[in-house]
Design a protein around this ligand. Structure first.
Ligand code: NAD
Length: 492
């Protein structure tokens, strides 16, 4: 495990020598002391990225040349697949099979953007038809500049790859600040950058707290773009900090996503997708479908079946065989979830399953998978993101009622609808105010498809070609090609 920051292609101790305790949430043991960066370190990293962008080779390489580096990163991630997945489990708590998915997806993300980097060469410019044939107008795309990338702890390396891969593909240089709770795999990416001889300063990796490392990055005048994933309150601060210099900003924020289940659905299938939608990654998923709306005729049956299945979920250390639900990432997040469950209880909700710490666990931040019913539509637990294994289930009367309840939220990241009636699924999918809508499933995510939220769930889209556009500027080049005066005062 690494104890230095990766700045300008070299490993450096933080100037003030601070460290961050990295805790295994399954055991509560300190497993590492990661470097804690402060303003001086951020400043060095940003200046290195600035020089690498303004006078280094990276933005001037062709997309095809950059693609070689991206594919090399993908290969190195694959070579270390098991080691990286185990780091992710001890850092974040998630079950090993889920960590392996994340690592494979991270490698896949670098490969995908290698392909898009090559496509930039294939389509270097677009000629625009303008209303005067004496002119030729073209649009070209150029790398946006220095990116300050700030990522959360729920999918540590995967969230990093969603930003670093397209930014590198576009020709940007980067200062990355991963979450202080899960810094381990991001630092390994520094080692990979070193091994593949990525030019110095192109990717700088700074671990530290939001206040001491994140905030100075968002305020640094030499940073051109802020790419942030995290909570709404922090997103608001990032946006305000970026406003000072009118930085380009993209935000991937929280959610309280609805899952609408109509009465013609197969109950067993519905229950499996409901469970996956809220309990994978311990419910610490921005797009988790944490509000389940079930049509009245099958409401009781779905709740009963759900509670039966929830009781079978194997809780344990993510490294143990068969674990489906690991610990919550940190003590702070664990306390926050238990407080939200208590508040739901006090507000009159019924705890239909779970609701506390599982029996037999003496250490680790474990919380039972929890099913809540009978909460009101204006209750905290129905409206606010809990970011844990807690699902709220409510009945609805008809399609119009379901759409109204689903859309009644300040968030709009994701939503899901389940019905045997395809036309109804299509109608509801279009009526839902969310950036991602799953039909007859919940959560599968593809690197090729756009990802991001409506309303307070964010600004912009990651993944797919939308993700690459985040890191490109568009320039118009217009030339006057006619051999004649313009005619403002010289007459032809
Ligand atoms: P968070 O907002 O607490 O922290 C996110 C990152 O911001 C961390 O790296 C943190 O150190 C940094 N940070 C904190 N204060 C800062 C400041 N003042 N200036 C700059 N950076 C600062 O979020 P979290 O708890 O790490 O992650 C959970 C949240 O992320 C949830 O709300 C979840 O929904 C959201 N999320 C969204 C997506 C998405 O794609 N929309 C994906 C994953 C997580």
């Amino acid at each position: 495990m690494r104890d230095k920051l990766f700045i300008d292609g070299k490993w450096e101790k933080p100037r003030r020598g601070g460290t961050l305790d990295v805790i295994d949430p399954a055991t509560e043991e300190v497993i590492h002391r990661a470097p804690a960066a402060t303003y001086d370190d951020i400043d060095r990293a940003v200046k290195a990225a600035r020089i690498a962008f303004d006078s280094g080779p990276w933005p001037k390489l062709t997309g095809t040349e950059r693609a070689v580096y991206l594919r090399a990163i993908a290969e190195k991630i694959e070579e270390r697949r098991h080691a990286l997945a185990r780091l992710e489990v001890t850092d974040n708590g998630k079950p090993l099979p889920e960590a392996l998915w994340d690592i494979d997806d991270a490698a896949g993300c670098f490969r995908y953007y290698a392909g898009l980097a090559e496509e930039l060469d294939a389509n270097p410019e677009e000629t625009i038809a303008v209303g005067d044939n004496r002119f030729t107008a073209r649009a070209i795309r150029e790398p946006l500049g220095i990116v300050g990338a700030i990522t959360p702890w729920n999918y540590p390396l995967l969230m990093v790859s969603w930003k670093v891969a397209p930014a590198l593909a576009a020709g940007c240089t980067i200062v990355l600040k991963p979450s202080e709770l899960t810094p381990l795999t991001a630092l390994e990416l520094g080692a990979i950058a070193e091994e593949i001889e990525l030019p110095p300063g192109v990717l700088n990796i700074i671990t530290g707290t939001g206040q001491d490392a994140g905030q100075p990055l968002t305020e640094h005048p030499l940073v051109d773009k802020l790419a942030f994933t995290g909570s709404v309150p922090t997103g608001r601060k990032v946006m305000m900090a970026g406003a000072q210099d009118i930085k380009n900003i993209s935000l991937e924020l929280g959610g309280k996503s609805p899952f609408v289940v109509f009465a013609d659905s197969d109950i067993d299938r519905a229950v499996e997708w409901i469970m996956f939608g809220i309990f994978w990654n311990q419910g610490q998923v921005c797009s988790a479908t944490s509000r389940v709306l079930v049509e009245e005729p099958i409401y009781e049956a779905v709740v009963k079946r759900l509670c039966e299945e929830v009781a079978k979920i194997k809780i344990g250390n993510g490294l143990d065989d068969g674990t489906l639900l690991g610990p919550i990432v940190s003590k702070g997040q664990y306390d926050k979830i238990l407080t939200a469950i208590d508040r739901a209880r006090q507000d009159g909700a019924t705890i239909a399953a779970g609701g506390g710490r599982p029996a037999g666990f003496n250490s680790g931040y474990f919380i039972e998978p929890t099913v809540l019913t009978d909460m009101s539509e204006d209750s905290y637990v129905w409206r606010e993101e809990i970011f844990g294994p807690v699902v709220c289930v409510k009945p609805f009367a008809d399609e119009a009622d379901a759409v109204r309840m689903a859309n009644d939220s300040r968030f709009g990241l994701a939503a899901a609808v389940m019905s045997a009636d395809k036309a109804r699924c299509e109608r509801v999918a279009r009526a839902l105010r969310a950036g991602i809508v799953w039909v007859n499933c919940s959560q599968p995510t593809f690197t090729e498809a756009p990802w991001g939220g409506y309303k307070q769930s964010g600004i912009g889209r990651e993944l797919g070609r939308w993700g690459l556009s985040n890191y490109l500027e568009t320039k118009q080049i217009t030339s006057f090609d006619a051999d004649e005066p313009w005619g403002w005062y010289i007459k032809a």
